[in-house]
Design a protein around this ligand. Sequence first.
Ligand code: SF4
Ligand code: SF4
Length: 334
Amino acid sequence: VAFFALDTKNLDKFIAAMQKQARVLAPVFSDENGVVLSEPAHGASIRLDFINYKLPLKREFFPQCEVLSRFDINGVKEEPVSDKPVIFFGVRPCDARSLLMLDKVLIDGRHNDPYYQKRRDNAIVISLACAEPGEACFCTSMGGGPAIKEGADIIAFPLNQSLLFESVSKKGEELLKKNAKLFREPSSKEQNERKKLESSSWNPGVKASGAKAGLAAKNDPKYWNNLAESCLSCGACTYLCPTCHCFDLFDEKQGDTGTKLRVHDACMFAGFVREASGHNPRSSKGDRMRQRVMHKFSYAPENYGIDFCVGCGRCVASCPSNIDIRETLAEVSA
Ligand code: SF4
Ligand code: SF4
C-alpha cells in the first residue's frame, strides 16, 4: 500500500497527465444531468461536490446498447473492443464495489464475456470516498461503506485542501508511481484526516441481515401483488441498478448487411419471460417484483455468495411510484 498526496488545486494537472496515458472519465458538470462521469473537455473543472451519478458505472463496461458483431453475405465479423486503457476517476465506492458482482456473472471462468472482460482489463478505477451519504444511500447495510475499497484500483480521500490517494491494486500503484512527480508525501495531519474518513460509518436504519431466510417465508402472492400494485413496469429500477445485468440480443438487417446488438433488458417488463406461445410464467406485476427481489437477495447469495445490491439507492430515488426496496428489506429481514 502506498499513499500519495495532491493539493486539490492541482487535480486538473493530474487529470491532464492521465489524459496523456489513457482515456479519462471524471466528474464534470453538465447542464442537463448535473455532475456526470464523462471525458472532461480541455480546461473543464473536475467536481468533487456530488453525491453520486444518476447513471451507474456498469454502462461503461456493459453498455445499454452495443454492437457485438456485423454480418453480410461473406460472413460474420466480431466487433472489436478498443485496446485503449481507460481511467475512471471519481467513482463512488458503491459503484466500484458493484463491479465485483458483475465480474461474478460476466467473467465466471466458464462463460467469460469477452467484451466485458476486455473493458475490465483495460480499466483503472479510482474511487472517491464519500464524505456524506445521500438521502437514499444504504451502502453500510449491504456490506459496503463510504470508503470501501473493493472493486477499486486506487481510492482517493477528499480532505480539507487536498486529496490523499491510496493504492489498492498493483495496477493502481503503478499509475500513482508513474505520476509521482505530481504528488508529495502526505503529512501526519492528512493521514489522520484520512483515517477519520475511513472509519466514519453511518447508520441508514435499513436492516438487511437475514433477508434470504425472510424471503423464503414470503411466498404469498398477495404480499407481492400489494407491493407491486402501483408499479408502472417502467424498468427504471433495473436499468439504473449498477448490478442488474440482464440483456437481450437482436439482429438488425440493413439491406445486405446486418448487426447483432446486445441491449439491456429488465425483469420488471411484462414481456421479459413471455414465451413464443404467448404464455407468460410471470404474468402479474407481483410475480415480477418477487423475481427482482429474490434474484438480488436470495438467488445471488445462493449462487455467488453475495447480495446483488450495493445500497446505492438509485432504485429508491428513481422509482416514479416511490416503491422503496429499503422497506421491503426491513419487512423480510430478521
Ligand atoms: S437494488 Fe437499488 S439500491 Fe441496490 S444496487 Fe440496485 S439500484 Fe442500488
Ligand atoms: S422503478 Fe418503480 S415503477 Fe418502475 S419498474 Fe421499478 S418498481 Fe416499478
